[in-house]
Design a protein around this ligand. Sequence first.
Ligand code: S3P
Length: 442
Amino acid sequence: MTNQLFINKKINTFDKKIVVSGDKSLSIRWVLLASQAIGKSRSYNLLMSEDVVAALEAIKKLGIKVIVRKDHCEIYGKGINNFKYKSGLVIDSKNSGTLGRLILGLLIKSPIKIKIIGDKSLSKRDFSRVTVPLEKFGARFFYKVKNKLPLSILGFQSLKGINYVENKGSAQCKSSIMLAALNSSGTTSIKAKKSRNHTELLFKYLKIPIKVRKTKKFDFIDIKKPKKINAFNYQIPGDISSSAFFIVLTTLANDSKLLIKNVNINPSRVGVITILKKMGARIILKNQKNYRGEKISDILIKSSKKLKAINCPIELNSSAIDEFLVIFLIAAKAKGISYFKDLSELNQKESPRLIWGSKILNKMGIKTDLTKDSIKIYGQPNLEIKKPIIIKNYLKDHRIFMMSTIAALTFGGKWKIHDKDSINTSFPSFLKIVKNINNKPL
Ligand code: S3P
């Protein structure tokens, strides 16, 4: 089977209903927290992608029993930090920054060194955002290259809560500290720049002592060590980040309509909807519900003929951080010059996404002004691509692959997109859903 995708025809008009797979952030958090609970936890609709399977493999290596059944997954937790392993343990985080960073918080007490490795992309990414606060707890780290994987962690036994200011807006950093706090006496206080709050909501649901005070830019979080965590079942809702590719596909397609069922619309994740609506996209939220503190909804999208440029408010950056690549495609089609700024974090992802986003737009014939933390995109409402476009050597960043596929299906051109298997990290059924919407093989 070839690992390249060829697209030389735009998508046909469609009117469909789809479900996307489970939310990646919630799936990984369920795995890690279920490993700390006492007894059998179950999850339904757990995302079975490489990142989440890597999380399951990681807790198995730490002595936790996991059973993957046909329609659910079971984890037999043994309580907080009740891991069993021999010396020389290596945990492979593969492509997952969330797993690599969050698990270090759980390993804050490990009496022997544990090595964390990752793939080529993850090994280029910065770990200081978690090693610095975890060192404040007393953990020690050993590296070949400072603050990069592979690294080893050696925990600390008499842990006390810390005070920490998280000012990147990194939910991975915040969550890693929160997991370390489960093992620490006293109070851990975090002043955290706004970022996704799934860990806070799960802590509340699990009755872990947590207080959150919200201000406009920061959340002030206090956590105390719980006596225990009870096993819990969880139905993982659909992933808004995966949905975003289809929201954009429908917006850019001709006279089409799509209903995406049961998606997590946590307010800290829906920047993409706010931004696209400001640009003229037609998106309606239906059947809104609450589930264990998370908001869930169906999303109805209709194609848009008139899209306009945006000067994107920086307050929306964190809640759209994984969606900017596809938002850039809307900017490519919009009337006027769009401006996205204060986005240096985008270059810290699975690939340097600000640079790659600009590169792909340029290949499409769209002019951009790129700096190290901003991009201006000169939209062309009538853009029709005719030429061949090749996308390769992008560190197998799943979101680059999916962005390119959506661009190919909506702007035309003869695309050859390498590394099809990159989608397995977050959204293995992506191409099946595309085929289903298109009614024929790609
Ligand atoms: C995630 C947090 C974000 C996001 C990533 C998932 C999480 O990263 O980009 O895809 O599940 O906590 P940062 O915390 O580094 O911003």
